[in-house]
Design a protein around this ligand. Structure first.
Ligand code: NDP
Length: 326
């Protein structure tokens, strides 16, 4: 038997609880993993609270990230005792996920644990940090360099935002953090932001074009915020779009694209090909120090995961949480 967060739905109503499950109930897969750590991402919080259509079938064990040790393997790529990492691939949405002591997975979804990090540290980074790295790489690939000016990070106190600031600052970019939590300004400055602005400056409907300010941006908020960021991006700049914390809509016009040559780069972490994942984790290993991971993260145990998911959607969680199984 093992413990898991289990989401179920009866008569249209979702229930979620910490449950003891039999290993025989685990889904199909060629690798079984003893999960050491998982984490709570925005998507996990939507799944647990039922506030977003993340879970595609019930019952479901949520958790889009996990790190653990292989117990059984029918794959030539992994053997018992190997430490592995998983981010995304629909795990925690369509296939039972990481908020459990055990998981059975498709070996094609796993990568070896990056040597730079312990399982705890890799979950401190999780999909949020790996997505921030993909977003930074998207800016680099499109020629955004530190000498071009300020880079805006929205949703700054969240998981993606915290890592985006840390990584950009480490690479020498001048970072401006947009947050709804002014009390977190010292934290954002410690991560590497030069300047902190109030997110209300960006969250209301704006003009199709505004004064050019940002050489680039990493946005995890969407909606009017993203529209305003695009409108104030400098000629030739790039905005990496990763999230929808304000909303799924994008009430913009073609003006930033056809008059200023702005690029909107879409970032998806879930179905990202393996080679991109390995490269993103290699870069994370190069750029992040244990001290930075500690500043961003706090540990919880599995029994706290449901309550903390509510806090995360209420905007009360700063940075990241790691869920320790043992
Ligand atoms: P968090 O909850 O940790 O961070 C989101 C942040 O957004 C909050 O901390 C808050 O920052 C800000 N925010 C929250 N509500 C609003 C609002 N109504 N208006 C404006 N800002 C708001 O989530 P994550 O960092 O884990 O994820 C951020 C987004 O990125 C989510 O939408 C998530 O689904 C998406 N995502 C996408 C991925 C992909 O593959 N594309 C992968 C990972 C995440 P503050 O308090 O500082 O203002």
């Amino acid at each position: 038997m093992f413990k898991a967060v289990l989401i179920d739905k009866t008569e249209g109503k979702q229930q979620v609880a910490i449950t003891s499950l039999d290993e025989a109930s685990l889904p199909e897969g060629d690798v079984s993993v003893s999960v050491h750590c998982s984490t709570l991402n925005y998507k996990d919080a939507l799944a647990i609270t039922g506030k977003g259509p993340v879970v595609k079938q019930f019952p479901m064990v949520p958790g889009i990230d996990l790190s653990g040790v292989v117990e059984h393997s029918a794959s030539p790529d992994f053997k018992p005792g190997d430490t592995v990492l998983l981010n995304g691939w629909g795990v925690g949405e369509k296939h039972w996920g990481g908020l459990a002591e055990k998981a059975r997975l498709d070996s094609r979804w796993l990568i070896p644990q990056p040597s730079a990090f312990t399982p705890y540290q890799s979950m401190a980074i999780g999909t949020a940090g790996y997505t921030a790295m993909l977003a930074v790489m998207a800016l680099e690939e499109r020629g955004v360099t530190p000498d071009q000016g300020e880079i805006l990070v929205t949703g700054a106190s969240g998981g993606v935002g915290s890592y985006a600031i840390t990584l950009l600052a480490r690479l020498g970019y001048r970072v401006v953090a947009s947050t709804g939590r002014q009390e977190e300004a010292p934290y954002l400055v410690e991560l590497g932001a030069e300047n902190v602005i109030d997110r209300r400056e960006l969250s209301e409907p704006g003009r199709p074009l505004a004064k050019e300010r940002w050489a680039g941006a990493i946005d995890s908020v969407g909606s009017h915020t993203l529209a305003n960021v695009l409108a104030s991006t400098k000629y030739g700049g790039t905005v990496a779009c990763c999230g929808l914390a304000q909303g799924m809509d994008l009430p913009t016009s073609v003006a930033p694209f056809i008059l200023r040559g702005v690029t909107l780069a879409g970032i998806d972490s879930v179905m990202r090909p393996l080679a991109h994942r390995v490269e993103a984790w290699r870069r994370l290993g190069e750029l992040l120090s244990p001290h930075q991971l500690e500043a961003i993260t706090r540990p919880i145990d599995l029994t706290q995961a449901i309550g903390v998911a509510e806090d995360l959607l209420a905007g009360k969680v700063r940075g990241r949480v790691v869920v320790n199984m043992a």
